[in-house]
Design a protein around this ligand. Sequence first.
Ligand code: ATP
Ligand code: MG
Length: 144
Amino acid sequence: MYKKILVALDGSEYSERALEKAISIAKMFNSQIILLNVIKTEELDVIKQYSESSYDLVKSYLEQTAEKLLTEAEDKAKKKGLEDVVKKILFGDPAEKIIDEANNENVDLIAIGTRGLTGVKRVVLGSTTQKVIRWTNKDVLVVH
Ligand SMILES: Nc1ncnc2c1ncn2[C@@H]1O[C@H](COP(=O)(O)OP(=O)(O)OP(=O)(O)O)[C@@H](O)[C@H]1O
Ligand SMILES: [Mg+2]
């Protein structure tokens, strides 16, 4: 049923739990898993206006952090027996890029956390998740 699952990872405990659920589903359906982290460019663009060298430095630091996050997730998935695991880093607005990737890769399911790194408890759904649910026509697994 769910042959291709996109997991949106931001390093939060919520997205970690979304990954665990996605792995369980992938095992049932022998699915491919795409692990996606989006590096937010909003702040990066501000830095660029002031200093090109700081921009390069911050960008490569963020890329390294993203790579590490995704490799840890990949290891976890492979340890649980999944073979088809793909890592992806994109730049831009997280919700927009999650939706783009889901469309481009024609996934059947998006796994995402209710909240993320900001994680304000009184907010029922984080802004990324709200936008994804509103704009996509794909099934979304929202994990608490
Ligand atoms: N940069 C990102 N890359 C990939 N997935 C993300 C990213 N940001 C958020 N997500 C996904 O969206 C889920 C919810 O995070 P969201 O950003 O909506 O909440 P928040 O960080 O608590 O609040 P907000 O960002 O609105 O201040 C995360 O658990 C994760 O699955
Ligand atoms: Mg967030």
